[in-house]
Structures are given as structure tokens and as C-alpha cells.
Design a protein around this ligand. Structure first.
Ligand SMILES: Cc1cn([C@H]2C[C@H](O)[C@@H](COP(=O)(O)OP(=O)(O)OP(=O)(O)O)O2)c(=O)[nH]c1=O
Length: 613
């Protein structure tokens, strides 16, 4: 199977399509690529006369579109995505460059020029690899273009105006859309059809293959494959994304938001390089699953020992220096640091070890985007629960950590705080995405059910100046919520109300929000809860649900290539819902106009409106 490995090269990266074009979005998602869409604000006004050829103009515009998005995202989050894709489509006829018509007359001028003639459609594409070093954005741009020749029939005035009046020409280069009514104007096409529609998929895949699979020189030995956790002196071999191929982002010191990535089979890569491997592939996915817990434990242990705190904001430190600071043996620390480097969590150089950007941002205990609390929660109660999984299965118990099942009124203050720290970190990280997945400005009051420390509530009031938000949670949680800070200013528009979701009446609101990010509710409990919430909603009230969703779910939902059932490493124990399942559930609960969105590459957010009874 040659298709997936090419697109799959971007699978573990945060990819952004810097385009508002629905066609580009469709072409790339049909190909199985997962990405976020951030339309570029770059104004297409480069001086056409300064380019030697039309394609050079398209390529430069594509590049500027992508760089504008990379730069904006970096400024906003101090973290750029791994890859930004920009594209620009133009029509060239008789030395003239035609872009989108500004009005009907302009469309008329363009289409009359194309009538009865051949013209060229060029799409310029820029693939921008980003990484952040010392707070500065570093980019590496790969660019290319594709040309397709299109011949139009002679167009009568009547046909021309009928087509213009259909409205189709207005958002399309050259004033036509070959994929719809405009197809009727076309006598023939030479070259890639999708290139005309806005994105040269075939050439893009070739470019990915070239970028990520620089051919090996003849006679160069194949890279050696290692376990997920390698011997200390071989860890460098793991620094490549899926092994074997070169990864431009990494080669330039880029870091992966995804962090640890185990090795994948090489058979497919050999295919891509034109070398046929007749041996059956090894069950790499299975071995990966069997081994995966070691990588988790290394990350959790390094967090617990505060390795990432010691290395934050400091130059490279030797293993001896780190060992002294974390009060551990030098040999043991060196091995831990090497494996962290192999997992992509630390950088290792001749001068010692330093944090990657991801580690400083998310694994050190301070900082707005720290997930240190979540790591401690996984290392504690979650790890404990999964250690006794066999017993839970035999007894039919939930896989949820025992303290969480009992509820905070049974927890010690420390256990409650541990859960709240985990929830707080995750909520702060996801709040912006949840708050902006849909336009919530029509609502004036919201209630975040199980809102814990109020991290999302504060983001919501920051985002919507007329919104009042109630945080509703158990008294034991509300009592401790004041211990947690968010980056937002404390607001009088956030109120904390103690109560029990399953028995008390819910505070009045015209939008209810339920984010079960950390919970692994059993089916019946979740359904019961959502039915209750639905019963409390007045007609016209909204219900917003947000859930962490494993990436594989989206693949399944879109019908893209599937992994064998059961071979999942993310979302274990979590409800495997696709957007479609969310939609059906909300509709069953009496909601209409249900919309689903994917946010931040990791969240499903669904919004519905309570229908009249
Ligand atoms: C010629 C032709 C163009 N097009 C479209 C593709 C592009 O979306 C558009 C050309 O404008 P572009 O400026 O390339 O793209 P865009 O404005 O749609 O999106 P963005 O700048 O945010 O990336 O014309 C068709 O859909 N069909 C066609 O047959």
C-alpha cells in the first residue's frame, strides 16, 4: 500500500492548511490528511510584473500565505505548528495572470478572454516546516508548482452571462469552476485535474515522498531498527519520525508536539524507495503496543523527578549536574536522560542535555501550558487502576481510577487536589479551542457543569464580553477551586456554585457546557447525565459537549485507511465516539441543529439547540 505512507508522513505532526478554499480542504481530507484550517490573511497583491513567469507569482503568493499563518500562530501561542501548507491558483492566458474576479464585469472580461482558447492553470504550493528555537520561529520552505492546460469552447454571450449570473465564477481564479457548472465550458484538460480545482495532490504526494525519503546512496546500509526504548548508545537512531526517512523539521532541530513516537515497520518505506521487500512485514504495531508502557513510564518518571524543571531555562546540563539536582544516581540519571532524548523529549548534544520546546512548555511544573499535574495523575491513580486491570475485567468494574469512581466526597483533600491539578492543566490547554470552536456570542449565560477550577469559564468570559458563566461542581471541588490560577484576570462574570450534577437542580443558563475531558464515564452513567442536562434545558438553550478524541476515530469516521481493530494507543478506556455518534446522541436527547467540529487536532466539540417539546 503506497498511498498511506506518503500522507502518513505528516500523521504525527500538527499540520495547518493556510487556506480558506473549501476545495483544498476537501482534496486534502479526502486523501486522509489530518489538519487544522487557518485561512491566511496575506493580501494577494504582489507586483505581477516583477515575476519572470506566472508560476513564480503563484509560488511566491503560496509561500507568503503559509508564512503569514506560521508567523501569526507562533506570535499567538509562542508555538508554531509543525507544518503549514499554503497554495495559490492562477489562470494564465496570453501573458496575463487572472485571479478571482472582483465583480461580474471582471468575470465577463476574464471568461471572454478564455473563450475558444487554451490557457494554463498554475497552482503554487509551499510546505513550510516550522520549529521554535529560543522563542524565535525558524522555517524551512519547500515549494513547487503544477501546470494544467485547459481548452474552452467558444462561449456565446448568452451562455457567458448565464454562467456569470449563476454566481459560480466569483471565488474562483479565472472566473470559473471546472468541478461544477464551469465543466460545461471545457473542451479538454491536459494535466492534473485537481490542480485546476486548487490543489495538485499527485505532485504534493511526490513532494512529501521526496522530502521524507531522501533516497539512500547506493550501498548505504539500511538503518538498524531498535526497540521503542533503545540501548543508551543507539538513541540517535530513533530521532527520526517513523524511522529511515529524513524529516526536515527534525533535521533542522524541530521538535514534535507529539513527543514520543515508536518505530514503525520499514517494508512500506522500502516500497517507496523503489526497493521491493518480498519478506512479510513484522507485526510492528503489536510489538509497539506491548512495549508502549515503558515509554509512558519514562515520561511520567522524568516528570515526577522534575527533570524538565531542572533543565528549563538553562543551558545544556551534564547527566552529573542533573543527577545532583534531582538527588539520584549518575548512572541511572544518564540512562533516563538518554531515553528521554530518544523519545524526543530532550535534546542531547556534546555539551549535555536540554529541554525540547515541548518539554519546557508542557512537562515542567510551572507555566501556563503545563501538563505536569496530568502526568502526576497518570503516574498515580491511573497507573494504579491499570495495574489491576485483570481484576477489573473479571469483576466487571470500570477502568476508571478507584478514587475518581467514588467521587470527591470520598476522596482525601490531596486526592481531590491531584485530580483538580490534572483537570486544570488540561482545561487551560484546551479552553481556547473549546471556547472558539463555535461562535457562542448569541448566548448571554452559560453554565459549565463539572467546571472544576473555572479554567474554561475564565477563557469564555475573556472571549465573549457579554457572557456570564457559572461553574457548577461538587462542594469539595468548589472549596478548593480558589487555589488555582488562570492566565485570565479574575472576572466578576464567573460564579462558582456548589452542587451535585446527578441530584441537584442545575443553575439556570441558556448554554450548558459539559467537557468530560478526563472522565471515562460508563455508558449508562453518561447517558443518564446527559438526559438530565437535556431535561434542564429550555427550548432554544444550547448544549456544548467537548471530548478528547483519539485521532484514529476521525480516520474511521472519514472512511480513511483503518488500522486493524484493537491496535490503538490513544484513547484507551475512553468512549470511542465519532462526530456522527455525538450528533445522533444529541438528536436522541431532543437537540436540533447539531454541529460538530474538530478543534486543536485532539478535541471533538459538538453544539446543539434544545428543540421545543
Ligand atoms: C480555475 C479554478 C479555480 N478554482 C478555485 C481554487 C481556489 O480556491 C481559487 C483560487 O483562489 P486562491 O487565491 O488560490 O485561493 P482562495 O482565495 O480560494 O483561498 P486562500 O487564498 O485562502 O488559499 O479558485 C476552482 O475551484 N475551480 C477552478 O476550475
Amino acid at each position: 500500500m503506497l498511498l498511506r505512507p506518503v500522507i502518513g508522513k505528516l500523521q504525527h505532526k500538527r499540520v495547518v492548511l493556510a487556506s480558506s478554499s473549501p476545495r483544498r480542504r476537501e482534496i486534502l481530507s479526502n486523501a486522509g490528511l489530518r489538519f487544522e484550517v487557518v485561512p491566511s490573511r496575506f493580501k494577494e497583491k504582489l507586483h505581477k510584473g516583477s515575476f519572470a513567469a506566472p508560476h513564480a507569482y503563484a509560488v511566491e503568493t503560496a509561500k507568503q500565505k503559509a508564512l503569514e499563518v506560521a508567523d501569526r500562530m507562533h506570535q499567538k501561542d509562542l508555538r508554531a505548528p509543525d507544518v503549514v501548507i499554503g497554495a495559490d491558483t492562477i489562470v494564465a492566458v496570453g501573458g496575463l495572470i487572472l485571479e478571482k474576479p472582483v465583480d461580474k464585469q471582471d468575470a465577463y472580461r476574464m471568461l471572454s478572454r478564455l473563450s475558444g482558447k487554451e490557457h494554463s492553470v498554475f497552482t503554487g504550493v509551499a510546505i513550510v516546516h516550522c520549529c521554535t528555537r529560543d522563542g524565535q520561529l525558524d522555517t524551512e520552505v519547500s515549494e513547487f508548482y503544477e501546470e494544467t492546460t485547459v481548452k474552452f469552447s467558444e462561449l456565446s454571450e448568452e451562455l457567458l452571462w448565464e454562467y456569470i449570473d449563476s454566481g459560480e465564477p466569483m471565488d474562483k481564479a479565472g472566473g470559473y469552476g471546472i468541478q461544477a457548472l464551469g465543466g460545461m465550458l471545457v473542451e479538454y484538460v491536459r494535466g492534473d485535474f485537481l490542480n485546476v480545482v486548487g490543489f495538485p495532490l499527485n505532485r504534493f504526494c511526490k513532494e512529501l515522498a521526496r522530502l521524507y525519503h531522501a533516497p539512500r546512496a547506493p550501498g548505504t546500509p539500511r538503518p538498524v531498527q531498535h526497540d521503542s526504548i533503545p540501548a543508551v548508545d543507539t538513541f540517535e537512531d530513533l530521532s527520526d519520525s517513523k524511522g529511515g526517512g529524513s524529516d526536515p523539521a527534525r533535521a533542522s532541530g524541530g521538535l514534535q508536539a507529539g513527543g514520543a513516537r515508536p518505530q514503525a515497520p520499514r517494508t512500506q518505506e522500502a516500497d517507496l524507495n523503489g526497493v521491493t521487500d518480498s519478506q512479510p512485514g513484522l507485526p510492528a504495531g503489536l510489538l509497539e503496543l506491548m512495549d508502549g508502557f515503558k515509554a509512558s513510564k519514562v515520561l511520567l518518571t522524568a516528570c515526577k523527578l522534575q527533570v524538565f524543571d531542572v533543565l528549563k531555562d538553562r543551558g545544556p546540563l551534564s547527566a552529573t549536574d542533573v543527577a545532583r539536582e534531582i538527588d539520584a544516581s549518575v548512572g541511572g540519571t544518564a540512562r533516563l536522560l538518554d531515553v528521554c532524548a530518544a523519545l524526543g523529549l530532550l535534546d542531547k548534544s556534546d555539551r549535555g542535555y536540554s529541554n525540547t520546546e515541548t518539554a519546557s512548555l508542557h512537562l515542567a511544573s510551572d507555566g501556563e501550558q503545563s501538563l505536569h499535574g496530568l502526568a502526576a495523575y497518570h503516574d498515580g491513580p491511573v497507573w494504579g487502576a491499570f495495574t489491576h486491570l485483570g481484576r477489573a475485567v473479571r469483576e466487571g468494574a470500570a477502568w476508571t481510577p478507584e478514587p475518581l469512581l467514588q467521587g470527591p466526597h470520598k476522596w482525601s483533600t490531596e486526592a481531590t487536589l491531584q485530580f483538580m491539578r490534572a483537570s486544570h492543566g488540561l482545561s487551560k490547554l484546551t479552553a481556547q479551542h473549546v471556547a472558539t470552536a463555535f461562535d457562542l456570542s448569541p448566548f448571554t449565560s452559560a453554565c459549565h457543569l463539572g467546571g472544576c477550577t473555572g479554567a474554561l469559564a475564565h477563557k469564555l468570559v475573556q472571549e465573549y464580553p457579554h457572557l456570564q458563566v457559572t461553574v457548577f461542581d461538587l462542594p469539595e471541588v468548589i472549596k478548593l477551586a480558589g487555589d488555582f490560577q488562570t492566565d485570565a484576570q479574575p472576572s466578576e462574570r464567573v460564579h462558582f456554585v456548589p452542587g451535585d450534577l446527578s441530584s441537584d437542580s442545575l443553575p439556570p443558563a441558556d448554554l450548558y457546557i459539559f467537557c468530560s475531558l478526563l472522565h471515562d464515564w460508563p455508558d449508562d452513567r453518561l447517558h443518564g447525565l446527559l438526559s438530565r442536562i437535556s431535561g434542564s434545558c429550555k427550548p432554544g438553550a444550547g448544549l456544548l459537549l467537548a471530548e478528547l478524541a483519539p485521532a484514529e476515530e476521525e480516520e474511521e469516521a472519514s472512511g480513511a485507511a483503518r488500522r486493524p481493530p484493537g491496535l490503538r494507543t490513544r484513547g484507551v478506556g475512553r468512549r470511542p465516539w465519532s462526530p456522527g455518534q455525538y450528533r445522533r446522541l444529541l438528536q436522541r436527547l431532543g437537540f436540533q441543529d447539531v454541529q460538530a467540529a474538530r478543534a486543536g487536532g485532539l478535541l471533538h466539540v459538538v453544539l446543539g439547540t434544545r428543540a421545543p417539546p
